[in-house]
Design a protein around this ligand. Sequence first.
Ligand code: PLP
Length: 390
Amino acid sequence: MDISYILNQLGEDHHEYFNAVAPPIVQSSNFQFDTVDQLRQAFAAEYDVFLYSRGNNPTVDILRQKLAALDGAEDALVFNSGASAIFCAVLPFVKQGDHIVSVRSPYTWAQRLFDVILPRFGVSTTYIDGTEPDHWQQATQPNTVLYYLESPNSWTYQLQPLEAVASLARSRGIITVIDNSYCTPLWQQPHRFGIDLSLQSATKYLGGHSDCVAGVLTGSKAHMSQIFYSEYMTTGAGATPFHAWLLLRGLRTLPLRLQRVADSTARLWPWLKQQPWVEQLLFPGDPDFPQAGLARQQMSNAGGLLTLVLRAQRVEQIEAFCNALQRFRMAVSWGGHESLLIPKCAGMPRQQFDAANPAHRQVRLYVGLEEPTVLQADLEQASQHLIDPT
Ligand SMILES: *Cc1c(COP(=O)(O)O)cnc(C)c1O
C-alpha cells in the first residue's frame, strides 16, 4: 500500500457521508441499534463496532486505519495525549513484582510513571545506557517483563539498536515499547525490527500545526484489543472526534512537512557546526554523530530537532541569545509549522548554572517550515550576544 493511498484514501468512504471529500467529525457520544439482538452483538464486540465514543467513533476509526498502515501494524489506538499513549502501552503489561528496563532519561512523564506511579504497585525500573545490546542483557532480571525504548530521544538523540534489542526481548518473552516521536513512521518503522508496540506524541509531527494534543500507539490486534479492554476504556484516554479530524487533516501534508523540515535542517546544521559560538552540535544526521552509522541503518532521514552546546561563560549570555531570537520562538514541544527553541538553563535556578558543565549550555532548536535563510539570519543576529565584550 503506497503512502499517498494511505494518507488520501484509506479508511474513507464518501458514500457514507454525502460524498464529502473531507471526512466529517462524527460528533456523537453514542450509536443506536434497531433490534435488541444488534445491541447484544455490539456489547459482545465493542472493540469492533460503534457503540459509544469512549471506545470507537467513525472519525477516530478512519484515523486508526491510516496510522496502523503507516506503521505497518495490524492496528492503532489514538489517545488524547502522547503521555496517555505511554501510560496505556506500559500499564497493561506489568503487575506486582515485575521489572522494567528503560533507556536512561526517557520522556519526562514516562520517567514519572516509572519513578512515582509504578513503584506504588511494586513494579521497579532499571535505567540503562541503551546504546549496546549487552547493556539490555545485563540489566535483565528473571522478573523483567518490558523494555522501554526511545530512539532517538529528543534532546541528545541517543539511539538503541532496535533489531538486536527486539530479538533479545523475544527470546525471553519480554514485550518491547518504543517512543518513535522523533521519526514518525515516515523515517523509522519500529515494527520492521521486531518491536511490539510503537507510540508517538501526535502533538508533534502528525498534528503538525501546534493546535492539538494527542498520541498514537500501534501494534498487533491482540495487543491493541487487550489495551482497549483495559486501560484505554477504564481511563477514557481516547482522542475525541474533533482531535481525530485535526490529525486526519495534519496527515494529508505529513510527507511534505517532514521533507521541508529535513531539507531546512540539512541547510542549517553544517553552518551551525562551523560557528565559533557553537562548541558542539548534536544531530543524528551529522556523519560525526557517535551513532551516525546506526542512524543510517534504522532511520531513512533525520531533521527538525538539534541541540547546540553554546560557548558562553555566563548564563546571562545564553539568556540574551535566546531572548534575541525572533523567528525561533521560545516554547516547549515541536513538530509544528513554527521554529522553536528551548534552553536547558530554563529548567534550573540561575544560581545552579555551571558554565563548566556543557549540558547546562545546551539549547535545543526545532527547525520549522519557515525559509531556512530567514532562520539562519535570525540565529546570526542573536549570536552577537554570545561573544564576550573583552
Ligand atoms: C511530547 C512528547 C511526548 C508526550 O506527548 P504529549 O502529546 O505531550 O502528551 C512523549 N515523548 C516525546 C519524545 C515527546 O516529545
